[in-house]
Design a binder for this molecule. Structure first.
Ligand SMILES: [Zn+2]
Length: 75
Protein backbone atom coordinates (compact mmCIF):
# COMPACT_ATOMS: atom_id res chain seq x y z
CA UNK A 1 0.00 0.00 0.00
CA UNK A 2 1.38 3.33 -1.02
CA UNK A 3 0.54 5.83 1.63
CA UNK A 4 0.05 9.46 0.96
CA UNK A 5 2.29 11.82 2.84
CA UNK A 6 1.32 12.14 6.46
CA UNK A 7 2.50 15.11 8.42
CA UNK A 8 3.79 14.25 11.89
CA UNK A 9 0.92 14.86 14.33
CA UNK A 10 3.35 15.33 17.21
CA UNK A 11 5.79 17.99 16.00
CA UNK A 12 4.36 19.00 12.58
CA UNK A 13 7.96 19.42 11.38
CA UNK A 14 8.33 16.47 9.02
CA UNK A 15 6.62 13.71 7.05
CA UNK A 16 6.23 10.24 8.45
CA UNK A 17 8.40 7.68 6.68
CA UNK A 18 8.59 3.90 6.74
CA UNK A 19 11.58 2.38 8.46
CA UNK A 20 12.58 -1.16 9.38
CA UNK A 21 14.58 -2.48 12.27
CA UNK A 22 17.66 -3.94 10.61
CA UNK A 23 17.61 -7.70 10.26
CA UNK A 24 13.95 -8.00 11.18
CA UNK A 25 10.52 -7.72 9.57
CA UNK A 26 9.57 -5.00 12.02
CA UNK A 27 8.46 -1.99 10.04
CA UNK A 28 6.97 1.19 11.38
CA UNK A 29 6.25 4.78 10.54
CA UNK A 30 8.82 7.18 11.91
CA UNK A 31 9.04 10.93 12.15
CA UNK A 32 12.72 11.66 11.49
CA UNK A 33 12.36 14.98 13.27
CA UNK A 34 11.08 13.95 16.69
CA UNK A 35 11.61 10.14 16.62
CA UNK A 36 7.93 9.39 17.16
CA UNK A 37 6.94 5.93 15.93
CA UNK A 38 3.66 4.36 14.81
CA UNK A 39 3.41 0.63 14.43
CA UNK A 40 1.51 -0.83 11.45
CA UNK A 41 -2.22 -0.77 12.00
CA UNK A 42 -2.19 2.11 14.40
CA UNK A 43 -3.69 5.36 13.26
CA UNK A 44 -1.01 8.07 13.14
CA UNK A 45 -2.17 10.35 15.91
CA UNK A 46 -0.70 11.83 19.01
CA UNK A 47 -2.21 9.18 21.30
CA UNK A 48 -0.77 6.24 19.37
CA UNK A 49 2.74 7.65 19.11
CA UNK A 50 5.50 5.45 20.48
CA UNK A 51 9.06 6.30 21.32
CA UNK A 52 11.72 5.00 18.93
CA UNK A 53 13.73 3.53 21.80
CA UNK A 54 10.67 1.62 23.05
CA UNK A 55 10.24 0.03 19.63
CA UNK A 56 13.81 -0.89 18.65
CA UNK A 57 15.38 -1.16 22.08
CA UNK A 58 18.39 0.58 23.51
CA UNK A 59 21.32 0.85 21.09
CA UNK A 60 24.78 -0.49 21.95
CA UNK A 61 27.23 1.94 23.51
CA UNK A 62 28.49 4.38 20.92
CA UNK A 63 25.52 3.91 18.63
CA UNK A 64 22.15 5.54 18.38
CA UNK A 65 18.71 4.18 17.62
CA UNK A 66 19.29 5.36 14.06
CA UNK A 67 22.06 2.77 13.69
CA UNK A 68 19.47 0.06 14.33
CA UNK A 69 17.07 1.05 11.57
CA UNK A 70 17.03 1.54 7.82
CA UNK A 71 14.53 3.03 5.39
CA UNK A 72 11.92 0.51 4.33
CA UNK A 73 10.17 0.53 0.98
CA UNK A 74 6.72 -0.63 1.98
CA UNK A 75 4.60 -1.27 -1.05
ZN1 LIG B 1 7.52 14.57 14.59
Amino acid sequence: MRMQKIECPVCWQDWLQWYRKKGTDLTFLLCPECDSVWLPGSEPGRDAARDLTDVVGNPPVGETEWDLIEPADVS
